[in-house]
Ligand binder design. Sequence first.
Ligand code: ZN
Ligand code: ZN
Length: 411
Amino acid sequence: MNTMDDLFSRETLAGNNRDVLARAVVVLVGCGAAGNNLAFNLVLSGVGQIRFVDDDWIEVSNLPRAPLFRAERMGSRRRYKAREIALGALAHAYATEPTVRYAITRIEALGLAAFADAHVIVSAVDSFEIRALLSDMASALGIPLVEIGFAAPRGQVSVFPHRTPEEPDWRCLHPEVEPGRYSCDLYARAAAATGRIAATQTVASALASVASEAVIRALHGEFPLGNQVFHLDVRSGRSSVVRVSRDPDCPGVHARLPPPVPVQVAAVEPLGRLLQIVGEVLSDPIVDLPAPFLVQAPCERCGRPVRIERPIWSVEGPPACRRCPEREDEGGGGRVIVNHLDASDPLARLSCRQLGLPAGSIVSCRDRATDALYTVRLAGGVDDLFVTRRRVPSPAATPPDAPALSSEVAP
Ligand SMILES: [Zn+2]
Ligand SMILES: [Zn+2]
């Protein structure tokens, strides 16, 4: 028996395969209390790679339920949750060659490219709209989704294997939540913040343990909690498991994306270039944007049109024109939003990235004439979207009582 066998001897008896876990790629969206407790369990269990996504920074009040953040790193400098959780996870990782990747941004900014080669997606976010979005993305890609949420002293964990498009998804459970609802209002941040709910370490760790086991089982291809929701009240000890059935009127994505065809178009190149290439396959191509694109919006004060040219989720405040407050009402500037573009649209001059399609994006294109679908993948991928840190094994290969931190940062 070598040292690694010793290290995971109890886990092996319990049915965990350390090679499976070492090769595993888990994407964790939301790096608060649930995310911290989950990631802590996963890296201790030997999961090889976790990708962390969160655009928020740490407040002192986060620390008592975040085992991977370090109070001594808090100071006058702003510390971002995604980076701190990744560093904490790497320090605690028991995989032989653990990798952590982090992106300090919203998941919408990364799109489907964030999930390339991922085995499980974990939703540990506050916002119901983001849960709905993650559900649609996981379903389109056929990747299992583990979802966790709580309002102390109660919480829930749900597991959606997405083995077939006919299986229930998170949206069958919450058909009233729209992934783009906040996108249709302006000012995403304000809307997302309203979903914030109270957590305590006890409820976070209890529910995160159930969710972590669901992730580990899913990595082994097992779904004991599949298509079910586990509810727990940590104070009373009451729990229940509810099976989710397929809602025939579910607004969610119950279809798989066709496998994308790689194209040599970088995210910094204009969308027109992509349309030109797709035009070799489709006679009248249109690109469906992953999120509505706000071209212009009225100035909050005078109503004059203000040029925005950003995906709508990234617009953080009401627009104001440069002339305000000097000039009074002239009125008339309506909001202009586009959802898809063809080669004749002047906006096709903008870069793919500006239009919300980052490196490695999976882009859905359609033929206007025949409605034929065609998916392509832009050049680049996870290395362009995430900062990467790895721990290489020390020559002595001693498991990590004192991990040798020789890390590497991707561009
Ligand atoms: Zn559904
Ligand atoms: Zn104005």
